[in-house]
Write a protein that binds this ligand. Sequence first.
Ligand SMILES: [Zn+2]
Length: 340
Amino acid sequence: MKKQHLLGIDIGATNLHVGLVPFPTKGTDLAEYEEPIDVAHGSEGIINQIHRVVERLANRQDIPLESIASIGVGSTGPLDVGTLKHPTNLPFEEVPIVEPLKVRYQVPCEMIGDCHAAVLGEVYFGVGKGQNRDNLNLGFVNIGSGLGVGIYSSGRLLLGKDCNAGEIGHIPLVTNGLMLKCNCGNYGCAEIYCSGLGIAKHGKIQLINENLDSELYTLARAKKARISDSDTWTYQDFEDFIDAELVCQAARQGVPLAERVLKSAIYYGGLVLSIIANTFDPDVITIGGTVAIEAQDLLLDGFRNEMVKHLRVREPNIQVTPLGRLAVLYGAAALAIEQL
Ligand SMILES: [Zn+2]
């Protein structure tokens, strides 16, 4: 059987997403399948789920599994040589991923972090497609639940000693004033001001500080009323219904509290971009992740305006990734190419 396909796997905090790309690749052809990640059956469960969804996609596309030439995995971290190691946003301890895939498919397989994968996706399928890789200097910023960064510098993906380079979201940018606590345990990290979880948390804290006297609170209660018969409002509702999407919606409607939260997200996001630009001097920084993609109207110009105030390098181009929500999946396929 001729090996004619690359298998890409994106292990996210909420979804498992797999894709098959014909090889040699022609443009951005990708067949994909996605479902919520199985967290109920431990580490065995996730490996079984990967096998199952790969088979489902291959069957649907009429692609024999024997035609897979190599496998790339982009995953939420932290990672340690082919293994998920106590991932921050998944309830697993240590889960070997690469070894079981190698055994099952008998082809080369490698795994890297999701933001590293995404920037590699840009190189092969996105803004860097068709260019000489030795001259490419790209940054990728993911603004989803958290804030992560991937860097490709003069033909090389920067991975670091444990493949965890790019944790720029945990640079402590705020050292006095409103010090929000990050999920990593520290205070004042960039991520907790400029990310989905951060924007939601900041919105809640501002609401409490203002004794719930804001249109944001009214919008949250109206949102619950639309999807629920119950007219009670509990602490859990406060936690669940005030999310980044609602804060962005309120900001578009001119709610002052939400505008302040977004202003702070833009400021710290802009600082993150200036840190990436000043440190790595990229030509382009692409921005992906659900929050960045869905709120690009609110964020992008502000990010740029803040970034340029702090630059000591030629200004990089800032744009939303052309790969959209598939950036990590394309990156996993790109990692598969690198193993051939
Ligand atoms: Zn942090």
